[in-house]
Write a protein that binds this ligand. Sequence first.
Ligand SMILES: [Zn+2]
Length: 101
Amino acid sequence: MVKCPKCGTEVTNPIKTWPLPRRFGKQGGKSELVMGLFECPNCKARFRAAVKAEAKPEETISIKNMVERIKGIKGELMQTLKNLREKIKTLETERTCKLDD
Ligand SMILES: [Zn+2]
């Protein structure tokens, strides 16, 4: 979280972020510094601030979300498959009935 330099309001989310690769340091580019453009919701001041690259927890969350989404899609697909099978069954029954006529 970053504080507005003008009024001190805490701004949670940057409007824009861009990575600043660290050219120095022992980790050899593995850790990235992220710059963020923030807009204060209170005084509308725009300012830049460095955001710590905390990509890992976000990544974990997004992967978790993805897994949940995939689970959801899978469930929907299973439902669709079930519906299709039922439709085919109905159609086959109808066909048989027509043949019987
Ligand atoms: Zn402000």
